[in-house]
Design a protein around this ligand. Structure first.
Ligand code: GBH
Length: 487
């Protein structure tokens, strides 16, 4: 482990750093009860001076301008315009209008003191039908954005695919050709951007654009395929990542950092004893076998292949080598986790269910589990020893009523963030190679199938006027960045 100076940062996690949470909520009680309570140093929980604080967004969720400058249609345009698919019929047609207001977004980041910004490129602005002739006007938008960020002293971290697949790619992720088309697009972007962009993420959240889109059917293109076809879609997803890594390396300037942003399912030991910790690591490796484990190990592990039997993916020569291409960093999107206990089962572990009254935020799936931000970093580090790690997303939906003075006092979001970041600090203090953190999200935006009914921003967006207003959580994050410690 490369690690930070343990003496400097190994100060333990203080109950003081967990204060100021909302009263009376089970979420608070749970979070406080589960936080370690070793004494805090007088200067609080400090982070390394080069720790990279940032915010994250994604193209279809913020840009709007869906018909402008030659942008091609995507599966999300189709899905959002299909009656009954998104709550309240929300679409990304306008969203935060960032296609026109990106300078305002950069100003928001600058006012926060953010050191970095993670955004995604709309593939169909660059290649309107997914492949073929590039569209200069689309590229120009990202040139303006990147140049604006750099002028403001903010590092651009570019995600190449955040679910907005061009419909011109017939068969979508069911087609192996899509993986090759992605690699061509990724290499093209690296060639055009790596003089200024130093960090590229291939894909965002494999499980979401494969399983949820082609199996559960609640993300575009909303199919419910049989398992053998789902496994093939998964395989094309990890293959796209691997071929993308190779293409970026082939076209990028020396020193370019390549990784991905994955939402591996995260596990936390029920009790911090060796047997439960071992069970947790085993769960992490096996439950993510088709995604992060395949990428980190360059193979499908036996338990996955055995469980899938005749439905296992069809793999061609060279695929696994590409999928396992060495990475410069691994980024994790961490929202929630599951508790694991060592058990007398065939796998040796049991994943405990979330109980009805366990704390959660506004989205029903968003169980409050602050320890996820420590255990995700620790289990990935111990299993696969990545050179560097980032948290590419963490944040939450909240109710966000607008107060009489026009401000959103989202104390519950501050509680959530403070608790999660406290546990990330534990990972820093123990020397795991965590380099930075991107808060999801810079501003309220289109939350996929939930439309605009679940909002994750630290800036409130009035979708009538497009006015952005910092919430209490933005004020808090600004102070955290300024102090570079928990506040
Ligand atoms: C991320 O997904 C995305 O990267 C981002 O675009 C999104 O806005 C953000 O988080 C907030 O949601 O079908 O019951 O299992 C988060 C991961 C995984 C959360 C799927 C919702 C669906 C719940 N998502 N999950 S369920």
């Amino acid at each position: 482990m490369t690690g930070f100076n343990r003496r400097q940062f190994g100060k333990g996690i203080g109950a003081a750093a967990l204060g100021a949470a909302l009263g009376g909520q089970s979420a608070t009680a749970q979070a406080l009860a589960t936080a370690p309570t070793a004494g805090a140093a007088a200067d609080g929980l400090a982070f390394p001076s080069d720790f990279l604080w940032g915010c994250a967004t994604a193209a279809y969720q913020i840009e709007g301008g869906v018909k402008e400058d030659g942008r091609g249609e995507t599966v999300w345009d189709v899905y959002a315009h299909t009656p009954g698919k998104t709550t309240d019929g929300g679409t990304g047609d306008v969203a935060c209008d960032s296609y026109h207001r990106y300078q305002e977004d950069i100003a928001l980041l600058k006012a926060l003191g953010a050191k970095s910004y993670r955004f995604s490129v709309a593939w169909s602005r660059i290649f309107p039908s997914g492949k073929g002739k590039p569209n200069q006007k689309g590229l120009d938008y990202y040139n303006r954005l990147v140049d604006g960020l750099l002028a403001a002293g903010i590092e651009p971290h570019m995600t190449l695919f955040h679910w907005d697949l061009p419909t011109g790619l017939q068969g979508g992720w069911q087609s192996r050709d899509t993986a090759y088309a992605f690699a061509d697009y990724a290499g093209f972007m690296a060639g055009k951007m790596s003089d200024r962009v130093k960090h590229f993420m291939t894909v965002n959240e494999l499980r979401c654009f494969t399983d949820l889109a082609y199996w559960n059917g609640n993300k575009a293109p909303a199919l419910r395929l049989p398992m053998d076809q789902v496994n093939q879609v998964r395989h094309h997803g990890v293959l796209a990542h691997g071929l993308g890594v190779q293409a970026i390396r082939a076209h990028a300037k020396a020193g370019t950092q390549v990784g991905l942003a994955d939402n591996a399912t995260i596990f936390v030991p029920a009790i911090e004893t060796p047997e439960h910790i071992e069970a947790t690591k085993k769960a992490m490796r096996e439950e993510n076998a088709m995604f992060l484990t395949a990428i980190m190990e360059g193979r499908y592990i036996d338990s996955y292949l055995a469980a899938q039997g005749k439905d296992a993916p069809k793999v061609q020569a060279g695929d696994m080598k590409a999928i396992g291409s060495p990475l410069d960093f691994v980024s994790l999107n961490v929202y929630t986790s599951n508790t694991v206990r060592a058990a007398d089962t065939a796998s040796g572990y049991e994943i405990l269910p979330h109980l009805a009254n366990s704390p959660r935020m506004a989205s029903p799936w968003l169980n409050v589990t602050p320890e996820a931000l420590y255990w995700s970093i620790r289990t990935v580090s111990e299993l696969w020893k990545p050179k560097k790690l980032y948290i590419s997303e963490n944040g939450c939906s909240a109710d966000d009523p607008v107060a009489q003075d026009g401000k959103v006092y989202d104390a519950d979001r501050v509680m959530y963030l403070r608790n999660y970041i406290t546990h990330m600090h534990r990972a820093v203090s123990e020397g795991y190679p965590i380099q930075g953190y991107f808060l999801w999200s810079l501003m309220d935006n289109f939350e996929w199938e939930d439309g605009y009914t679940k909002l994750f921003g630290i800036h409130h967006v009035d979708f009538q006027t497009q006015k952005r207003t910092p919430k209490l959580s933005a004020d808090w994050y600004r102070e955290l960045i300024k102090a570079n410690k928990l506040v």
